[in-house]
Design a protein around this ligand. Structure first.
Ligand code: PEP
Ligand code: MG
Length: 576
């Protein structure tokens, strides 16, 4: 079987499929023979827990609204022992060597299909009860350990096949076991893809139906460059892919040497290249690849698998300090949590909004004072150990920057009251909302630096959701509007003597570096894997040429025309 999607992290990965559907709720994979008994025991334990839990619920309901209403839960208790459910799942585990969760899901699908055939509406509605019981059993299976421990003893390299993969799930995975990711949803700047690239794991997104089509245990070859995914490829194709994968690794090793060279253009302009990291362990790789510092540490990845409430000041301080020390004097820019309420594991009241335009980034931090203060105190304490900058995400203008500065002062005073004095830390903001870009002259007066987050800036300028694969084709970094907004920010920053960098994915695209330097940008931060190529490109540039290139690109009326200008300049360089 051959599937086509969008390659979002280059390279070739080959391994056995593990299928994840409905978030992390349902992991489908084949287990080795030796694990069958353990899997059956997990099912039994989950059933025993469910019996106790449903019993408690029944008592509570009976006490609150009367025994009449509690009878519904008798039906659920009976379902736990129905041979078509847990026992059927056990048969599937034995016969097909599927993990307990996916066997239960299959049993549920079979029962649901039977209910659908029944005419009686009352009986049909009982399907909901069955789903409820299965949901509870799956919840108990999950609680019985880290869901990701489940496939720790499944053999060989793995290809994770998912409807959608959250960055937090990836952050918890053992990168060495993963050969590739493929997802139904997603697009190039999707956070999961960003993380895949920084972990050097090939990935293909936007496959739409892969999680339904690829059976768990199938051998999957993923080409993260072309976006092609082959399921159970014939041996000759497989051998060819393996050979290509070896070649690519050899090429990457040669590029690594570039990492040590300075990023200076032919006409002597020094370009600063920093790394974007999501996990503190990546700092070492960032240095190996030639990063001067960390230009963007996405601190929200610390929240993976835990809520902000359980991530206290001390735990954060240890991480930030480690990051600073790992960079050995290289500047580290930490962005405060950029998440939505739900991702932070906290909500204001019962309703939490999932909208990316809702309570997220700095505005979320400002509304959860305790969490924000803990993060700021941890950062200020860590700053004693080396050059640190604090950057705020999703800032819309000066008002929010002022509020954030006040919060920093408050954190500093709290530390002073504990007898700790902390150094001055530059405070900056991400330019990723059009209102911030448009008010760059005002921000320049009050911020110490800014970094352009082109990923969000593009999606909010063009009104295109970067995670929606139906419109992600309209996500156009080269749209004339984006070029103008970048020019505006660079000019405003220059006039206000405000250091400006780019940390969005545009910086990581070597084809765009001539254009960005031509627009006047001199600092970039990108995934470590992209640094050697970026240095190679920078070392071949002449700023006088790139300035001309940018002014030609700015005259183009469409993204395609801008692309044409870039293509022409590339071929001109090649023919020199
Ligand atoms: C950006 O928006 O460009 C950015 C770097 O932030 P993130 O991708 O984490 O939203
Ligand atoms: Mg952003």
């Amino acid at each position: 079987m051959r599937l086509n999607g969008q390659g979002v992290s280059p390279g070739i990965g080959i391994g056995r499929a593990i299928v994840v559907t409905r978030g992390t709720a349902n992991l489908r994979f084949r287990i080795p023979e030796r694990r069958i008994d353990g899997e059956l025991a997990r099912l039994d334990t989950a059933r025993a827990q469910a019996r106790v839990q449903i019993g408690h619920i029944k008592q509570r309901i009976a006490a609150a609204v009367g025994a009449d209403h509690a009878y519904l839960f008798d039906a659920q208790l009976l379902l736990l022992d129905d041979p078509m459910l847990v026992d059927r799942a056990a048969t599937i585990v034995r016969a097909e060597r599927l993990n307990a969760e996916s066997a239960l899901q299959r049993a549920l699908d079979e029962v649901a299909a039977l209910f659908d055939k029944v005419d009686d509406p009352y009986l049909r509605e009982r399907k909901g009860d069955v789903a409820d019981v299965v949901g509870r059993l799956c919840m108990n299976l999950r609680a019985d350990g880290d869901p990701l421990d489940l496939f720790r003893d499944v053999d060989g390299p793995l290809v994770l096949v998912a409807e959608e993969l959250s960055p937090s799930l990836i952050a918890q995975l053992d990168g060495d076991r993963l050969a590739a990711f493929v997802t139904d949803a997603g697009s190039w700047t999707y956070h999961t893809a960003i993380l895949a690239r920084s972990m050097h794991i090939p990935a293909v997104a936007g496959l739409r139906h892969a999680s339904g089509l690829i059976p768990p245990g199938a051998l999957v070859a993923v080409d993260g460059t072309s976006g092609v995914v082959l399921v159970d490829p014939p041996p000759d194709v497989l051998a060819e892919l393996e050979a290509r994968s070896r070649k690519r690794r050899a090429y990457e090793r040669t590029l690594d040497e570039m990492g040590d060279l300075p990023a200076v253009t032919q006409d002597g302009t020094t370009i600063r290249i920093d790394a974007n990291v999501e996990l503190p362990e990546e700092a070492a790789r960032a240095r190996e690849r030639g990063a001067e510092g960390i230009g963007l540490y996405r601190s929200e990845f610390l929240l993976a698998g835990t809520g902000a409430a359980s991530l206290d000041e001390e735990a954060q301080y240890v991480v930030y300090r480690r990051l600073i020390e790992a960079m050995a004097g290289g500047r580290v820019t930490v962005r405060t949590f950029d998440v939505t309420e739900a991702q932070m594991g906290l909500t204001h009241g019962a309703e939490s909004t999932r909208s990316p335009l809702g309570l997220r980034g700095l505005r979320l931090s400002l509304s959860f004072d305790e969490v924000f203060q803990a993060q700021l105190r941890a950062l200020l304490r860590a700053a004693i150990h080396g050059p640190l900058r604090i950057m705020f995400p999703f800032v819309t203008g000066v008002e929010e920057l002022r509020a954030a500065r006040t919060a920093v002062t408050q954190a500093r005073e709290a530390l002073r009251a504990r007898g700790l004095s902390t150094p001055d830390v530059p405070i900056g903001v991400m330019i990723e909302v059009p209102s911030a870009a448009l008010t760059i002259d005002l921000l320049a007066v009050e911020a110490d630096f800014v970094s352009i987050g082109t990923n969000d800036l593009i999606q909010y300028c063009l009104a295109v959701d970067r995670t929606d694969d139906r419109v992600s084709g309209m996500y156009a970094p080269l749209h004339p509007a984006i070029l103008r907004v970048l020019r505006h920010v660079v000019r405003g920053a220059k006039r206000g003597k405000l250091p400006v960098s780019v940390c969005g994915e545009m910086a990581a695209d070597p084809v765009l570096l001539p254009l960005l330097t031509g627009l006047g940008l001199r600092e970039f931060s990108m995934t470590p894997a992209a640094i050697p190529v970026a240095k190679q490109v920078v070392r071949g540039l002449r700023i006088s040429d790139t300035t001309r290139l940018a002014s030609r690109a700015l005259k183009a009326a469409t993204s395609a025309e801008v692309e044409q200008v870039l293509a022409e300049s590339l071929s001109a360089v090649k023919s020199r």
